[in-house]
Design a protein around this ligand. Structure first.
Ligand code: FEO
Length: 172
């Protein structure tokens, strides 16, 4: 079993991952409403990945004989002032998630819980990718500026993103 402190912290993280999923689903519906189906698709995939993150933490607690506690999910924004703003919010949010993951690593180290620390390494790496991707989107959007054709082209590109579920071994 993991300690009660870690169990509580991981349960909070499960909630944070579901909140992320909810945020990205909200962004997806906003983009769909703005007639940008490619961006909507990109955020829908993001939503699905966040659900996988929550499940990965849930499966870990279950495998250790701990208790999963699903908490209420706070409301999320439903509109954004621009395409760029949605990605800036995404990056800011991912930075918060990174700090939460880092805190979990610190607690597991303090407790000499090597199994939990090892499990968390997947998330440490994932966060590097999450922040890098959001930053790359922001950089592209800044280059595009108010060029409608640029947004149109990017929308077509983002329509190609497809969801790949985490395998049974990586979610366990
Ligand atoms: Fe689950 Fe986007 O971090």
């Amino acid at each position: 079993m993991v300690s009660k402190e870690l169990e509580n912290a991981i349960n909070k993280q499960i909630n944070a991952e579901f909140w992320s999923a909810y945020l990205y689903l909200s962004m997806s519906t906003w983009f769909a409403h703005e007639a940008l189906p490619g961006f909507a698709n990109w955020f829908k995939v993001q939503f699905q990945e966040e659900q996988d993150h929550a499940l990965k933490f849930m499966n870990y607690l279950i495998s250790k004989g701990n208790k999963v506690e699903l908490k209420p999910i706070e409301k999320v924004d439903t509109t954004w002032s621009s395409v760029l703003k949605a990605f800036e919010d995404t990056l800011e949010h991912e930075k918060v998630v990174t700090s939460l993951i880092n805190n979990l690593v610190s607690v597991s180290r303090k407790e000499n819980d090597y199994a939990t620390e090892n499990m968390l390494q997947w998330f440490v790496n994932e966060q590097v990718e999450e922040e890098e991707t959001a930053q790359a989107m922001i950089d592209s959007l800044k280059l595009i500026g108010s060029n409608g054709f640029g947004i149109y082209t990017m929308d077509k590109e983002l329509a190609q993103r497809s969801y790949t579920p985490l395998t049974a071994t990586t979610t366990a």
